[in-house]
Write a protein that binds this ligand. Structure first.
Ligand SMILES: [Zn+2]
Length: 288
């Protein structure tokens, strides 16, 4: 699939007004169109860009059931915002997005940013495995947020993929986090009780300080997270959106070695057509 590799290619690829729609159709349906109502695969393309099912006559929109559904913002603006967010090395604030993409209000920029962050989240659901460092730490406004962090080993000293989530206050949350993020049978290097980990299906690792750090990988990642939170969000950090910030950070971190920013753009679009549309209400009340 042809995705833009730089801004010039972005402009060229999406110059025509229908190009964004075609791009979405390719990402979502490829050669396997399915009618949203009856599952039929034969269709006529209407002049409006909709696909009319030859079986049940239903008009299918490529935007239905995606984050683009019922948005008044033109697709090209969406694409440009996604491109712009993907192209930033460190992430963006709603204020930056409003100014640089030229959006009318702070509120619409904020909403757009959160919807795109939401699309970034679903990207990587494969569990961490092998050797993994795990710890808890405090971050966010006044360091009040208790977070879980897991960091996969890659070779002797390098860092593989990471996961960071807010720690829920209810009991059993350690188990929930590990179940959702780390494959059973992995070796966990942590300060937690090895007996407890054994019961959860993990092998206890050996924790020994290296250059002063008990868990050097976790330490490196949390340092970067702190810098990112302070630098990118310009102090506009809201506790209720902590999960959303973490999702963006983890998404970027896990793709830090990706060769092309354009590939990042494509991944976000792929997620955007796969996930449920998030309404404003859902975003502001989303459980963390
Ligand atoms: Zn149909």
């Amino acid at each position: 699939m042809d995705y833009p590799k730089n801004l010039r290619e972005f402009d060229r690829l999406f110059a025509h007004k229908d190009a964004c729609l075609r791009f979405l159709e390719t990402v979502r349906w490829g050669n396997h169109f399915q009618c949203q109502r009856c599952g039929g695969s034969e269709f006529w393309t209407l002049s409006t860009g909709l696909r009319r099912c030859q079986n049940c006559r239903f008009k299918n929109s490529v935007k239905t059931g995606t984050i683009f559904e019922s948005s008044r913002l033109p697709l090209k603006m969406w694409f440009y915002a996604i491109w712009w967010i993907s192209a930033q090395k460190t992430g963006v604030s709603a204020l930056d997005l409003q100014k640089d993409v030229g959006l009318g209000s702070y509120r619409s920029a904020w909403l757009l940013l959160h919807k795109i962050r939401h699309a970034m989240t679903q990207a990587d659901r494969l569990l961490l495995q092998g050797e993994v460092e795990f710890d808890e730490f405090f971050s966010g406004a006044q360091n009040k947020e208790r977070l879980f962090v897991a960091v996969e080993f890659s070779g002797l000293k390098k860092i593989g993929r990471i996961r960071i989530e807010k720690c829920q206050t209810s009991g059993g949350s350690l188990e929930a986090f590990l179940n959702a993020n780390v494959a059973k049978g992995s070796t966990l290097h942590t300060r937690k009780n090895p007996m407890e980990l054994g019961k959860l299906g993990y092998k206890p690792g050996i924790v020994k300080p290296r250059s002063g750090q008990v868990l050097p990988r976790v330490h490196l990642v949390t340092e970067q997270l702190e810098r990112w939170l302070k630098g990118t969000l310009h102090g506009r950090m809201e506790a209720k959106h902590m999960s959303s910030y973490l999702e963006e950070f983890v998404f970027r971190f896990n793709r830090r070695t990706a060769k092309s920013r354009g590939l990042l753009f494509q991944r976000v679009i792929e997620n955007a057509v796969r996930i449920e549309p998030a309404s404003y209400q859902k975003i502001v009340t989303r459980p963390s």
